[in-house]
Design a protein around this ligand. Structure first.
Ligand SMILES: Nc1ncnc2c1ncn2[C@@H]1O[C@H](COP(=O)(O)OP(=O)(O)OP(=O)(O)O)[C@@H](O)[C@H]1O
Length: 493
């Protein structure tokens, strides 16, 4: 991509655009793989203008700004420094000054590009200006992501005595009511449980809320969450700032901004609607469906010693694959919405800490999770839509690091795969392998499959009994009795 100056283009509609084309990763790791990306479409905006407000370094590149240059106060700059954030990422650079001016923002930037701090820092700074309980609400579609966002707020707010409450489905309501009673500055929540509290917890009100953030906004606004979001919005004051952030956006966002945003600016650090980072190598393997397990084991062997996330379509398949891998001596752990909340957080912690090198997950892990050093994402089952593909593969190659994504395409998946490639605007190349070398694993895999089948039978028989790892009523829409709206944020995809 050629060197670009900052371009600010304005639309005639309700959303003003501050679309910024920025060279991807300026400091690529030496081993950075060759990008397999489409070249960005030309900027077709007729009303674009070039701004010369950034000092030029002589090579056409604006000088990199510091957090201080963006107007961030010392205490927060120091927190950034302690986290190793030397300078703002492009989405932070573009959206923080606008957010500090009090604008509503729709922020669109690729996975792993630092969107969390892009919305957290201006909120913390506004809070410092005018401290107040229940100042900001951050909504996220999954419990793991909400927990991670709360951790980010706590880390960035560590020097300003921030009080942050985490409100998740699957956890004790009473404890959460007590936490809310302590008047935290920031509430990070999954939507279903937050609505339960808004309706049922005495004395809890968000009437004085100043900031609302929807992270993974397009997911929060889709058919599953949309109705619950609308209910939540009725409990919030109209006079507030609203930030929507995601790596992918849908037209639903436009409809939501009509409902809840005020004169928003769209900050877009991307060149296409479905963007993957340039440090990510993406391949597919075309295989017969019946040999999927064997190819998977071959790949896990190829990537032995590295960290892998394997995505599957269903809870049962996730569990079965984890058993299969373990039977073959691999350190695999499952993560899905059929597990208890403590088991889910435990699985993630083990994977984060490196005591398991393979995470087998449903789409509950597709969005937002920031796990350092994931080397490879394997789509054992293809996702149903291109957006989910972008989020899944975005679990690797984060924050300028390199990564690999390999998708298994069977005879049944051709149509969806072509749709994904079309959305990416690129034809990806096949992962190079020798079929004979793969088939060497077949006898051992077949033996492990038999073992996994027996274990799964046992688990399913035990379901509903105490001690089973699979919860009863784990369906996406049906929560266990008495779980309120917990099912809303129990499982993705
Ligand atoms: N300015 C910065 N300098 C260095 N690292 C940063 C900076 N800002 C954020 N990071 C780190 O980059 C990683 C990715 O950030 P974050 O999780 O906010 O990405 P994201 O854009 O929200 O990704 P996703 O779309 O997948 O949710 C995190 O580990 C975060 O700590």
């Amino acid at each position: 991509m050629s060197t670009k100056r900052r371009k600010v283009s304005r639309e005639t509609g309700a959303i003003k655009e501050a679309s910024v084309e920025i060279p991807k990763t300026k400091s690529k790791p030496r081993s950075a793989p060759k990008p397999e990306e489409p070249s960005p479409p030309p900027d077709s905006d007729a009303e674009s203008a070039t701004l010369d407000d950034a000092p030029d370094q002589g090579n056409g590149e604006p000088a990199p700004k510091s957090f201080q240059d963006l107007g961030i106060v010392d205490a927060l700059c120091e927190a950034c420094d302690r986290l190793g954030y030397k300078k703002p990422t492009p989405i932070q650079q573009e959206s923080i000054p606008l957010a500090l001016q009090g604008r509503d923002i729709i922020g669109l930037a690729e996975t792993g590009s630092g969107k969390t701090a892009a919305f957290a820092l201006p909120i913390l700074q506004a809070l410092l200006d005018k401290p107040q309980p229940l100042f900001a609400l951050v909504l996220a579609p999954t419990r793991e992501l909400a927990a991670q966002i709360a951790q980010s707020f706590e880390a960035l707010g560590s020097l300003i005595s921030l009080r942050c409450a985490l409100i998740l489905g699957g956890m004790d309501m009473v404890q959460q009511a007590i936490a809310l009673g302590k008047k935290p500055h920031v509430v990070v929540a999954t939507p279903g449980r937050l609505l339960d509290h808004l309706e049922k917890t005495k004395g809890f009100s968000l009437r004085n809320l100043q900031y609302l953030v929807m992270d993974e906004a397009d997911r929060l606004l889709d058919m599953d969450f949309g109705p619950i979001l609308e209910k939540i919005l009725k409990f919030l004051p109209r006079e507030r700032r609203t930030f929507l952030f995601s790596a992918t956006m849908s037209s639903k966002v436009e409809s939501l901004q009509r409902a809840s945003l005020r004169d928003p600016l769209k900050v877009s650090i991307s060149s296409s609607k479905y963007q993957t980072v340039s440090t990510l190598v993406q391949n597919y393997i075309f295989i017969p469906h019946m040999h999927k397990d064997t190819y998977l084991i071959y790949l896990c062997n190829e990537f032995a010693g590295q960290t892998i996330i394997i995505f599957t379509r269903t809870v049962l398949e996730t569990q079965r694959i984890a058993i299969l891998l373990r039977t073959l001596g691999m350190g695999a752990i499952p993560l899905h919405g059929g597990l208890s909340q403590s088991a889910r957080l435990g699985a993630l912690n083990k994977f984060r800490a490196g005591s398991r090198e393979i995470l087998v997950a449903t789409d509950v892990a597709a969005r937002g999770l920031d796990i350092p050093n994931v080397d490879c994402v394997v789509n054992l089952d293809l996702p149903q839509d291109s957006k989910t593909y972008v989020h899944r593969v975005g679990r690797t190659a984060r924050a300028g690091k390199s990564g690999h994504a390999i998708s298994m395409v069977t005879q049944y998946d051709l149509e969806i795969w072509l749709r994904i490639e079309a959305a990416l605007g690129a034809q990806l190349s096949e992962y190079p392998l020798e079929k004979d070398e793969v088939m060497v694993f077949k006898p051992r895999v077949e033996e492990a499959q038999r073992h996994a089948k027996n274990e799964m039978k046992q688990l399913i028989d035990d379901r509903g009994n105490r001690g089973s790892v699979l919860k009863a009523g784990k369906g996406r829409k049906r929560g266990p009795p008495g779980s309120g709206r917990d099912h809303m944020d129990a499982e993705e995809g």
